[in-house]
Design a protein around this ligand. Structure first.
Ligand code: NAP
Length: 330
């Protein structure tokens, strides 16, 4: 559960319904900024062939309309422009102000040299049509050259560029993604600013109990990507359980009058992890934020934890030879 301080904030920012919109609670980051505890994913790794990048613009608009205040994008998703258009339209239609939104984007691996960070963020800002983002993340600890081959830039150097970007006001907070505990420990030892967030994969098949415990000890907020794991879009024949019709999940879902997808998102939230569900479907976008009127018991969280197999959806094995490859430990 989010800590007692966080729970106070939870109460202060408890969800409220405004014209059918569900607003997620917020929590304070270790730098004093506030982050909404659910984000719309805009990565297109699960997009169907028929899905155009313009659907991201529409999804962002629908999400803001449904109450989302946090949008997760990245330079490598090549959709920052569409995210920006969705945001601009929502602001123009007075659904929201820029101040009420929290926008996260990420630095790609081929811009890891210290002097490349600020220009990379400026390019993202231009595409997004924004003066600042709320959170800028190092997408992976691994550095690559522009041709995709491995490079040997140390993420400590990259972090110096991130600190500069924050100092310039181009981002309110800085953090990392896909870092393991040793890498964060090393980063903290060599830096002035502690990362506010680590965005990592979390779902029933990859519960990340040890890493989450570590992050919470360090007051670093975990964001959980690919929250559905193999539940829905990746439920191919040989994919590990659970699937959407898993009896254990169905039983919990029926108890609360929710779908198994909502139960899995709430499972992350009840473990103090910010879920980042991606959807470009209007009804599923609404469904995915409608998780703040119930909570799982400790036993139900434990039931879902038992699905853990330490199997990753995102497993970039091509980078295994990098000295900074993160997935050598859990
Ligand atoms: N930092 C990183 O390295 C990293 C890596 C991967 C992802 N991410 C972020 O995390 C986000 C989410 O991860 P993801 O896109 O890999 O996977 P995900 O959110 O776990 O799954 C997305 C898939 O689930 C479907 N879906 C969404 N809501 C549903 C519901 N209520 N019922 C049934 N199906 C549903 C979506 O289809 P429809 O769109 O048709 O609804 C889509 O096919 C990304 O978009 C990205 O922003 C970050």
């Amino acid at each position: 559960m989010f800590g007692s301080e966080m729970l106070t904030l939870f109460a202060a920012f408890a969800l409220f319904h405004v014209t059918n919109a569900v607003i997620a609670p917020t929590v304070e980051l270790n730098d004093g900024n506030k982050i909404p505890l659910l984000a719309l994913g805009t990565g297109r790794g699960t997009a169907k062939e028929s899905e155009s990048v313009d659907q991201v613009r529409q999804a962002v608009y629908w999400a803001i309309e449904a109450g989302y205040r946090h949008i997760d994008t990245a330079a490598i998703y090549f959709d920052e422009e569409q995210v920006g258009k969705g945001i601009a339209q929502a602001i123009a239609d007075k659904l929201v102000t820029r101040n009420e939104l929290f926008v996260t984007t990420k630095l790609w691996n081929d811009r890891h040299r210290q002097e490349q960070v600020v220009p990379a963020l400026k390019e993202s800002l231009q595409k997004l049509g924004l003066d600042y983002v709320d959170l800028y993340l190092i997408h992976f600890p691994v550095a690559t050259k522009s041709d995709g081959s491995l490079d040997n830039v140390d993420y400590i150097e990259t972090w110096k560029g991130m600190e500069k970007a924050k100092g310039l006001g181009l981002t309110r907070s800085i953090g990392v993604s896909n870092f393991n505990a040793s890498q964060i420990e090393r980063l903290i030892a060599h830096s002035t600013i502690c990362p506010a967030v680590n965005e990592i994969e979390v779902n029933p098949t990859l519960t990340q109990v040890a890493l989450i415990n570590y992050l919470q000890l360090k007051n670093i907020i975990p964001m959980g990507y690919s929250p559905f794991g193999f539940l829905v879009s990746r439920s191919k024949e040989n994919a590990p359980p659970p699937r959407a019709d898993d009896p254990a999940l169905v039983k919990i879902a029926q108890k609360y009058g929710k779908t198994t997808s909502q139960v899995v998102l709430r499972y992350l939230f009840d473990r103090s992890i910010i879920p980042i569900p991606k959807s470009t479907n209007k009804d599923r976008i609404k469904q995915n934020i409608d998780i703040f009127d119930f909570s799982l018991t400790n036993e139900e969280v434990a039931t879902i934890n038992r699905f853990n197999k330490n199997i990753r959806v995102i497993n970039p094995v091509d980078w295994k030879n990098s000295p900074y490859y993160p997935f050598v430990e859990y």
